[in-house]
Design a protein around this ligand. Structure first.
Ligand SMILES: [Fe+2]
Length: 459
């Protein structure tokens, strides 16, 4: 049941030698790699996998680290002992300790009972809980714990006679200490990295007609934070068809599909000809849209190149260089707003929301979201006076990283190229332009596009 597996890990690093040392350290044990995946694969990635029925054990890892300057290749041997070693002990009948794959999980009994997957408490057809709303009233304790027959899990016997079975695989995937296991490894990038890779392009034909083509587009979004579908008709309708292969269009105050020229029809700076620095959109909404879509339908003048910056790469640099500032930006609620006067074309708006600039998973520290838009920041009234200088220092540190040309990827979009951007990760901007420029686009909702990625097995 143990499988030898070689995993190729590709990661471009700024400090290759130092990170290589970390890789050596971390590959001493399977469990440590689980715990320290950020060190291995960048802020939010990992490469170990568990099957649905058995834990797959790695006995060696081939690590290939390439930077713009140097390349390192090595094979690290992990422990030769069987790594699926399951032990359990019961403390005070209320806490179960399970050691598996070198990872200690100390699990309160109430959590185990709440997550019982027996048919009595879980409907496997609807995949919903049959919620036990009196869980705390019955003073349930664990009577005994036994290994299951194939030693891939534990059977818990409760004081009310009920029995619950939990596989190690399931516990590793779902209990607090476990890290998510993305199917697609995120490749955090700067200008040198992204320009050393082929552009994440899928042909319009493949995207529209093949499931594999659509999967490649969604996978590109997961991996790079943006994707291009090339060869579409340069119309708003064709653009909509492209994006609706992923999910429905999210209607916002700008409508569903929009086509705009530099006519200042709306009060947003996007409707001008001026340059725009990197930012994410809709920071003034409680849940900013998940994907930003651009399609340049026509441009007869100069300029107007699109700027992309990987926000997760910037977050990684901030975390590495200025950890205290990173923490501050993950804790400080920052207000953003959008105001639009009432007019013949608008009912008038005052959108306003709070959110942290950087957002990470509370237990795994996986990067979840960058919410960065200096243009739409509202008056800062959420920070105590004594903390204001520290906030501006932290925001400025991030701004300097984001503004560094070494992180900025410029691309001139042509009619037919539909650009999709993960608005929770990659920032966009543009160069000033002249002439007649017509863009169309839309937003896609976050939860639905990620759901699509999950169901396609590429999240
Ligand atoms: Fe924007």
């Amino acid at each position: 049941m143990f499988c030898n597996k070689s995993v190729h890990l590709h990661k471009t690093l700024h400090h290759g030698q130092r990170w290589l040392a970390k890789v050596y350290q971390q590959t001493q044990a399977y469990a440590t790699m689980f715990d320290k995946q950020r060190l291995l694969c960048g802020s939010s990635n990992q490469f170990l996998t568990c099957s649905t029925t058995t834990v797959q054990i790695l006995t060696s890892v081939h690590v290939s680290i390439a930077s713009s300057r140097k390349s390192y290749h090595t094979t690290c041997n992990l422990s030769s002992e069987p790594l699926l070693k399951l032990e359990s002990s019961l403390q005070n009948e209320q806490t179960l300790t399970i050691s598996a794959c070198g990872q200690n999980m100390v699990i309160p009994a109430v959590w185990l009972r709440d997550h019982c997957r027996s048919p009595k408490y879980y409907n496997h057809d609807t995949q919903q809980k049959n919620a036990d709303l009196n869980l705390l009233d019955r003073n349930l304790t664990i009577d005994s714990v036994d290994m299951t027959g194939n030693k891939s899990g534990v059977m818990v016997s409760w004081s009310d006679g009920h029995r619950s079975e939990y596989s190690v695989d399931w516990l590793l995937s779902n209990y607090y200490t476990e890290k998510p296991k993305p199917s697609t490894i995120r490749m955090l990038w700067d200008k040198a990295i992204i320009e050393s890779h082929p552009l994440p392009v899928v042909s319009h034909y493949d995207h529209m007609t093949l499931e594999a083509g659509l999967a490649r587009t969604v996978e590109n979004l997961c991996k790079f934070g943006f994707a291009i579908v090339d060869g579409a008709e340069a119309t708003e309708a064709a653009t909509q068809e492209v994006v609706e292969r992923i999910t429905f269009v999210q209607e916002t105050l700008f409508g569903k599909m929009w086509t705009f020229t530099s006519d200042a029809e709306r009060s947003d700076t996007a409707y001008s000809t001026q340059a725009l620095g990197p930012h994410t959109d809709l920071t003034y909404m409680s849940t900013p849209a998940g994907i930003q879509v651009f399609h340049c339908l026509k441009h007869t003048g100069k300029g107007g190149e699109t700027l992309l910056v990987d926000g997760f790469h910037c977050m990684e640099m901030l975390h590495e260089l200025y950890p205290e500032e990173f923490d501050l930006l993950s804790e400080t609620e920052v207000p953003h707003e959008y105001k639009e006067k009432m007019s013949s074309t608008s009912p008038g708006y005052h959108m306003y929301s709070l959110g942290t600039v950087v957002r990470t998973h509370p237990s795994t520290e996986e990067f979840i979201q960058l919410r960065f838009n200096p243009y739409d920041r509202a008056p800062l009234n959420t920070v105590d006076a004594t903390d204001i200088p520290a906030f501006y220092r932290a925001y400025d540190r991030l701004l300097r990283i984001i503004s560094d040309p070494k992180g900025q990827f410029w691309i001139k979009l042509s009619p037919g190229q539909v650009l999709l951007i993960d608005n929770w990760r990659v920032m966009h901007g543009r160069a000033a332009f002249d002439g007649t420029r017509m863009m169309c686009g839309c937003y896609l909702p976050r939860d639905e596009w990620v759901s699509k990625a999950r169901t396609m097995g590429v999240w």
